[in-house]
Design a binder for this molecule. Structure first.
Ligand code: FAD
Ligand code: SIN
Length: 522
């Protein structure tokens, strides 16, 4: 198969790139499950953009930089916030139906509030913003003559020739055939790696496949130590981690201990609307101190009618587990949510590999720094996907030059494979997730990080390797790659900053490195 552009992934990043790139050539999108299955599809809170009367891109910039704790790459943030309002209008032109105010003016967008934002600037569609965006973009693509979408195609690796990316190898999971898809430019838009952790808000597709493929192809990977734990995922023995949107706190919900104490006011003047790293750490600290299994998110003081109308997904989901959120508080715990690091890209979404672009959660553009501001990731994907398409249409001759900073490599695993001790891929995967949750979680120590590195190496040798390419094995390989990149990056940053909190170095450095850069040994 041969196209001008090959897109890996059908979330907001891949679909946006495909729509823009189709003006310049033929596009194939391959996606490993059905087309809408993506992190995008589960986004609840919304998309941040400075469209309010009292708002400006400068204020959005300022809030993003504050949340990023000194590590944001300012040119990337400026690119994000200046283009935000225009591209939200593009989404609307594509048919996305965002909530609007009835008063004072019917046409004005309804703007919510989330942690770290000094203004109401979260554009949303109830609490299912992501699925509304997916619906609109997939509809625009469905009838497009130049875009072809291949579902249940699992990308295994990038097709590399002399250091240049010419396409990808993909497993057609319906037939088990491995296909070669060639293209002039490849867009990596495979999303995040939340499945590296035992508890995550991410759906099963988020296995770090893009990271693994880019790493093996020799791309530079940046800032993987910065993993965002969302403070509020539903705690229920029978529920897979389900997100309770920060927008709920934006509407006035408060966090309480089981004894009823509103503890966030003890930690930060912004209380429940402090940036996420602060809230997640405060909950983690309270849980460890009290021994309680969860804290409570209380929105029972809000009008029931409004709660049901504004948060129908959360209301219905909790009700399924016997919790009526209008009359009882929600038990919540933190869960892995978002990877701020990823494949390093420049302002045109170029990676350091020729012909390979990357967009969305798989990347590190520098926008999020040490902590992502809520609802900035849908916007990041939207903004940089457009830039990638513009760039790819005119120039493919050069990869992005290496970012400034010292590039390190991952230490090799010393452990050897023992033919008698193979375990099932699923068992190894669960062990990996447990190691990451227990040793590379919200509060870290150098000792635990070193132990995690050793355990990951030893676990990797225990996985039985199937004779034929398989999705399970490919995902596990990529999960190990993501896990080792996170752990090694965490070992390299000898300070606490934003989402990276390490007890041995509790203070931030005066002159921190902007990037933690890793690259495969040549
Ligand atoms: P995704 O949307 O994850 O898309 C990745 C695509 O790649 C999928 O189609 C997947 O199937 C495909 N893929 C992966 N591996 C392969 C492979 N090997 N071969 C082929 N295809 C592959 N952000 C906000 O800004 N606002 C929010 O309100 C918000 N809420 C969130 C709520 C939840 C529950 C979660 C999990 C995340 C939320 N986020 C939010 C984060 C945001 O949704 C994601 O960062 C963003 O959607 C990522 O978009 P993406 O296109 O990069 O990746
Ligand atoms: C949420 O709705 O709380 C998630 C928002 C985000 O991850 O940006």
């Amino acid at each position: 198969m041969e196209y001008n552009y090959l897109v890996l992934g059908s979330g907001i990043a891949g679909l946006t790139f495909a729509l823009h790139a189709s003006a310049h050539g033929t596009v194939a999108i391959i996606t490993k499950k059905q087309r809408s299955e993506s992190n995008t599809n589960y986004a609840q809170g919304g998309i941040a953009a400075a469209v309010g009367q009292d708002d400006s891109w400068e204020l959005h910039l300022q809030d993003t930089l504050i949340a990023g704790a000194g590590l944001c790459y300012q040119p990337a943030v400026e690119t994000l916030v200046k283009n935000g309002p225009r591209l939200v209008n593009w989404l609307i032109a594509m048919g996305t139906d965002f909530d609007r105010n009835i008063e004072p003016k019917e046409t004005a967008l309804s703007l919510g509030r989330e942690g770290g934002h000094g203004r109401n600037r979260i554009i949303h569609s109830k609490d299912r913003t992501g699925s509304e965006i997916e619906r609109a973009l997939l509809r625009a693509i469905r009838s497009h003559p130049r875009i072809q979408i291949w579902e249940h195609f699992h990308a295994l690796d990038l097709l590399m020739e002399d250091g240049v990316c010419h396409g990808a190898l993909a497993l057609d999971t319906a037939t088990n055939d491995v296909l070669t898809i060639r293209a002039g430019a490849v867009m990596l838009a495979t999303g995040g790696s939340g499945q590296v952790y035992q508890h995550t808000t991410n759906p099963p597709i988020a296995t770090g496949d893009g990271l693994g493929m880019a790493w093996r192809a020799g791309a530079v990977i940046a800032n993987m130590e910065f993993i965002q734990f969302h403070p509020t995922s539903l705690y229920h023995p029978e529920a897979r981690s389900f997100l309770i949107s920060e927008a709920v706190r934006g509407e006035g919900a408060v966090l309480k201990r089981l004894d009823g104490h509103h503890f966030m006011a003890d930690y930060d003047s912004r209380a429940d609307l402090a940036p996420r790293d602060i809230v997640a750490r405060a909950i983690d600290f309270e849980l460890k101190r009290t021994g309680d299994p969860y804290v409570l998110l209380d929105m029972t003081h809000l009008p029931a009618e409004k709660t049901r109308a504004r948060f129908p997904t959360i209301y219905e989901h909790c009700l399924r587990f016997g919790i009526d959120i209008t009359s009882e508080p929600i038990p919540v715990v933190p869960a892995a949510h978002y990877v701020c690091g990823g494949v390093w890209t420049d302002l045109d979404a170029r990676t350091t590999v020729q012909n390979l672009y990357a967009c969305g959660e798989v990347t590190c553009t520098g926008v999020h720094g040490a902590n992502r501001l809520a609802s900035n990731s849908l916007l990041e994907a939207l903004v940089f996907a457009e830039r990638a398409a513009i760039h790819a249409a005119v120039s493919l001759d050069e990869p992005a030059p290496l970012p400034p900073g010292v590039c390190k490599t991952l230490p090799q695993c010393a452990a050897e494979r023992n033919q008698d001790e193979f375990r099932s891929l699923q068992a190894v995967r669960e062990s990996l997730q447990k190691v990451m949750w227990e040793q590379v979680g919200i509060a870290r120590t150098q000792d635990r990080l070193k132990q995690a590195m050793e355990q990951l190496c030893s676990l990797e040798t225990q996985a039985a390797v199937p004779a034929e390419p398989s999705v399970e094995h490919s995902e596990l390989q990529n999960l190990f790659c993501a896990a080792r990149l996170i752990t090694q990056s965490a070992l390299l940053r000898k300070e606490s900053r934003g989402l990276h909190y390490v007890l041995d170095y509790p203070e931030p450095m005066e002159k921190p490195p902007l990037w933690t850069l890793l690259k495969k040994e040549p």
